[in-house]
Write a protein that binds this ligand. Structure first.
Ligand code: BGC
Length: 421
């Protein structure tokens, strides 16, 4: 590895880290997702064979996928109480950045009523990161909402955006100078698609009209919140974490090329154009590409992750270059990774990604950080606990953590890069 290491060149202050979200790791949350999980765990378990039995690893995941408890976040991986132990793991991998989300439902369990202990928790949390020389990247909305906000109509109503902005301002004032990087909204189209188009996530509505309204309101929410945060202090660096795939035509037919362009526009630019003026940088979450034939996406099914997603880590280069050329902002990769329970693919995936990042940087992309999804095995939304995204393996019964071989390797790479730049 030494040989190829020496070709890796990254800026001195590059952010090397991992990412999580509160509901997926903390445990004991009470929000609109918790309510939905309890109502839907049985049907998710019953329908699991329909969704997953074609996967090669079905025999390995079958027991978990058919168990209703798999779909209830419950104790999560108990990160809420074990966060110091988890920060030790970041340090063991020589990381200097960590992305996490603040659970709004903890901080404001009732409309307008702040929970002082929860706020204190996050203040300590951030201080603990700072003490270890780790840059916090704070997300404010990562798919979960307080029940009271959901009951008011959530982001379906533009008039509700003021509550989100109020929460954001409160958090930013409380965390103060310990925080610089803020992500207002995680993956707007993924949330809207699953919650309002396919109905797979709460509130399980299937209405394209409502979906469009929620997407517009999320853009409005970002803009209002970014303005409010900058009003507190211009030093804050605000962005969204944009789900960004690389869409390409699988053949040279005009229809394939046209469809790829339209799809890429709808996936990326439609939303980005609405918020870009209120972004200081661009957060990019990359997991896969979309290959288009005619007007359909048909990905190669030769190299698949545990979730059956096409693995083309190298295409992150094109996704980065495209965003750079269109928006000219510094970019941080706010999520990137794969479900890989046996850890056979992760090292290869990260290597391909680092090489692609280097190529993109040579071609002018101002890349400032890489945050791997995820630090820990966690609760993968409507799929539950079986997809293993963690650099750190978690025993869900004992909550014991073990760095996977790929994590030990990645830690050495980061150390080498940071020491030699
Ligand atoms: C989300 C994460 C999720 C990951 C893997 C992203 O869509 O932000 O919460 O766990 O992808 O599916």
């Amino acid at each position: 590895m030494k040989q190829s290491n020496s070709n890796l060149k990254f800026p001195k202050h590059f952010l090397w880290g991992a990412a999580t979200s509160a509901h997926q790791v903390e445990g004991d949350t009470h929000n609109q997702w918790t309510v939905w999980e309890l109502e839907n765990s049985l049907s998710l378990a019953t329908r699991s064979s329909y969704h997953f039995e074609d996967l090669e690893n079905w025999p390995d995941i079958k027991a978990a996928a058919k168990d209703p408890n798999n779909y209830v976040s419950a104790q999560g991986v108990d990160h809420y109480t074990r966060y110091e132990q988890d920060f030790d793991l970041l340090q063991r991998m020589h990381m200097n950045a960590f992305r996490f989300s603040i659970e709004w439902s903890r901080v404001e369990p009732k409309n307008g009523a702040w929970d002082v202990a929860a706020i204190e928790h996050y203040k300590q949390y951030v201080k603990e990161l700072r003490r270890r020389g780790i840059e916090p990247v704070v997300t404010l909305f990562h798919f979960t909402l307080p029940v009271w906000f959901d009951e008011l109509g959530g982001f379906e109503r533009r008039a509700n955006v003021k509550y989100f902005t109020r929460f954001a301002e409160k958090i930013v004032r409380e965390l103060g100078i310990d925080v610089r990087y803020i992500v207002t909204i995680n993956e707007p189209e993924v949330y809207v698609g699953a919650s309002y188009v396919t109905g797979e996530w709460p509130p399980s509505k299937m209405s394209k009209w409502t979906a469009w309204r929620v997407l517009s309101n999320l853009a409005y929410a970002h803009n209002q919140t970014a303005k409010a945060i900058h009003g507190i202090n211009r030093r804050y660096k605000v962005s969204i974490a944009k789900n960004s795939s690389y869409v390409y035509a699988g053949d040279n037919a005009w229809l394939s090329r046209l469809s790829a362009n339209i799809l890429q526009y709808l996936k990326d630019d439609y939303f980005l154009k609405k918020v870009i003026k209120q972004c200081d940088w661009l957060g990019m979450n990359y997991y896969f590409s979309d290959r288009v034939y005619g007007y359909r996406v048909h990905n190669p099914d030769v190299h698949l992750s545990d979730l059956g997603w096409d693995m083309s880590p190298e295409n992150i280069q094109h996704a980065l270059e495209r965003l750079h050329e269109k928006y000219h902002l510094p970019i941080i990769i706010t999520e990137n990774g794969l479900a890989d329970a046996t850890d056979e693919q992760r090292q290869w995936w990260i290597t391909q990604t680092l090489v692609a990042m280097q190529k993109a940087m040579k071609n002018g992309v101002k890349l400032e950080g890489y945050l791997h999804w995820s630090l820990l095995d966690n609760f993968e939304w409507d799929k539950g606990f079986w997809p293993r995204f963690g650099l750190v393996k978690v025993d869900f019964k004992t909550k014991a953590r073990t760095l996977r071989p790929s994590a030990l390797w990645f830690g050495k790479i980061i150390k080498y890069i940071r020491e030699t730049q």
